[in-house]
Ligand binder design. Structure first.
Ligand code: ADP
Ligand code: MG
Length: 250
């Protein structure tokens, strides 16, 4: 009578929680009719908190699949995923939604702002999903857009829209920010500005950022680089002296 419940709780906690993310032999297979696609194969990773992590790989290597698993948009076919010490790989839909809202901030290549809402309203919309959101004006200030609060997305440049998207990710105060090719649709200078904002979130606010890209130059600003190829981890490398985003060239 005594132990079973305790054991159930413990089995959902990992002993060490210094890692923002742990993947333990994770595979993801998509069944397309007769054909099986192994998007991720036996991926094991430990990503410490407070780092800027770049997942680097060519198109089709499984980057977005990996990010979607971390963010609880999808579940692994095999293996376990721990985010901040809690097992999330096999949660039900309701629990996954809560995990997403409370622990994860998403940034996408095409910003994904709601066109009929102003910058500030887009951020407030996300803030309403959590119990203790940050102040919308404050997060707008963080990304240098306090004077664009009342602009609609169509009245903002691509870089400004992406900064609104970053503010939206920050307003729920998540420990983990996931960015999928966040500079992919921006010009060179604007892309570097966005990378600077993301770097500041790690250095200044202690967040963990996982950014996926096919652009090898961006890897030079990472604390840690994970190379993916055909759904497998090819190499994990620490970067003792990450380059400031200003000095990146591509
Ligand atoms: P990347 O982001 O690195 O370009 P993806 O993670 O999007 O790669 O895709 C990895 C592989 O999995 C690709 O071969 C892709 O075609 C396949 N894939 C991704 N999502 C799906 C899906 N929902 N259904 C079927 N196959 C998919
Ligand atoms: Mg992708």
């Amino acid at each position: 009578m005594t132990m079973p419940q305790v054991n159930i709780v413990e089995s959902h906690q990992h002993e060490t929680a210094n890692e923002a993310v742990i993947l333990d032999k994770v595979s993801k297979t998509y069944q397309m009719g007769e054909v099986k696609v192994n998007a991720l194969e036996n991926v094991s990773l430990e990503l410490p908190k407070g780092e800027f992590i770049v997942i680097l790989g060519p198109s089709g290597s499984g980057k977005t699949t990996l990010l979607n698993l971390l963010g609880g948009m999808d579940s692994p076919s095999q293996g376990e995923i721990y985010i901040n010490g809690s097992s999330v790989g096999h949660l039900n839909t309701t629990a996954l939604t809560r995990h997403r809202r409370e622990h994860i901030g998403f940034i996408f290549q095409f910003f994904n702002l709601i066109p009929s809402l102003t910058a500030e309203e887009n951020i407030a919309f996300a803030a309403d999903l959590v119990k203790n959101p940050r102040d919308t004006q404050d997060v707008l200030r963080r990304v240098g857009l306090e004077d664009r609060a009342d602009h609609f997305p169509s009245q903002l440049s691509g870089g400004e829209q992406q900064r609104v998207a970053i503010a939206r990710a920050l307003v729920t105060d998540p420990p983990l920010i996931l960015a999928d090719e966040p500079t992919g649709s921006l010009d060179y200078e604007t892309g570097k500005l966005i990378l600077k904002v993301l770097r500041k979130i790690v250095s200044g606010e202690g967040k963990t950022v996982v950014l996926v890209t096919h652009n090898a130059a961006i890897a030079q600003m990472a604390d840690r680089v994970v190379r993916l190829r055909s759904g497998k981890v090819q190499e994990i490398k620490q970067n003792p002296v990450p380059l400031p985003p200003d000095e990146l060239e591509w």
